[in-house]
Design a binder for this molecule. Structure first.
Ligand code: AMP
Length: 290
């Protein structure tokens, strides 16, 4: 839905809190879409989903240093606030929360959320501390925005599972919704990091979704052995020599432990490097790639 508004903008915790309090006082339900900006259609569909279940939509844009390890792409992470503003406005975002690092992490701000063991697998194994950083920023944002509903993308499946777990374990009064992955026509999942890909890497990057599709097709054809499904995905990647997989795994949906037998609802996860760009993707068995 296109609803052109000029979103209210806030850069301080007190500002977004006061705005939220006004909305609640008016009886309005707040939907929240946290992002790191450099918006694409995937982010904007989360806004649409938020709009469907709430009266006003808040988007945060904050490149969270806590979730980047040393040597990762924090410094070169793509940023374009003017463009993000206009895309958010075009999609009817009501309020933008744009804190800077000193607002979110003033000196001495060293308390962290400790994720459960599902954070040690997959992304967490490759990116130590990543999910403590994610959960800490999401906890802070939830306290500042006090949303009724928060929307996350299936694209970051492990992140979504851990946020659901945090909300459940800490009795948070917020509904967590997860929206499907938005893809390019050839299957590549939209990501701000796709902007790093040159033309030849972009052509190879479709290998991630091709591998997921191969595993999903095999499962739909009756193969339920987790290891064999992983092998199907790896075989499909042989067509894409520029894609170097870090992990490919068939996992069950909550704890994300490897699934020996893959039932509907299990996930196939992939992380791979294409040139110097690290990409992740996944498919839910039984749902397939959109
Ligand atoms: P990011 O800005 O990458 O931190 O992403 C912000 C939110 O958008 C997260 O909940 C992501 O899972 C979600 N997201 C990112 N890419 C996609 C996509 N292609 N489809 C759906 N959601 C996405």
């Amino acid at each position: 839905m296109n609803r052109h508004t000029t979103p209210s903008e806030f850069t301080t915790g007190a500002g977004i809190r006061a705005w939220g309090a006004d909305q609640r006082a008016a009886g309005l339900r707040i939907g929240f879409v946290p992002t790191m900006g450099f918006l694409h259609e995937g982010h904007l569909r989360l806004v649409d989903a938020a709009r469907r279940v709430s009266d006003v939509v808040v988007m945060s844009i904050f490149v969270n240093p806590l979730q980047f390890s040393a040597g990762e792409d924090l410094d070169r992470y793509p940023r374009d606030l003017p463009r993000d503003r206009s895309l958010a406005a075009g999609r009817g975002v009501d309020a933008l929360f744009l804190p800077d690092v000193s607002v979110m992490y003033p000196p001495g701000s060293d308390t962290r959320v400790v994720p459960g063991p599902a954070a040690d697998r997959w992304e967490g194994a490759v990116r130590p501390g990543h999910f403590a950083g994610v959960l800490t920023v999401v906890a802070k944002l939830f306290h500042l925005v006090s949303p009724d509903v928060a929307i996350f993308g299936q694209k970051d499946a492990q992140q979504a599972a851990l946020i659901r777990g945090m909300v459940r374990d800490l009795d948070w009064p917020v509904v967590v919704m997860v929206s499907p992955t938005t893809r390019e026509p050839d299957g590549l999942a939209l990501s701000s990091r796709n902007s790093y890909l040159g033309a030849s890497d972009r052509a190879q990057a479709v290998g991630l979704s091709a591998a997921l599709r191969a595993a999903h097709d095999a499962w739909a054809g009756g193969e339920t052995d987790g290891r064999r499904l992983e092998s199907r995905a790896r075989q499909a990647l042989e067509m894409f020599p520029g894609v170097r997989p870090e992990y490919i795994a068939v996992v069950e949906p909550d704890a994300l432990a490897p699934a020996e037998t893959a039932a509907a609802g299990c996930l196939v996860l992939i992380a791979a490097r294409v040139g110097s760009t690290r990409l992740i993707d996944n498919v839910i068995l039984g749902e397939g790639l959109a």
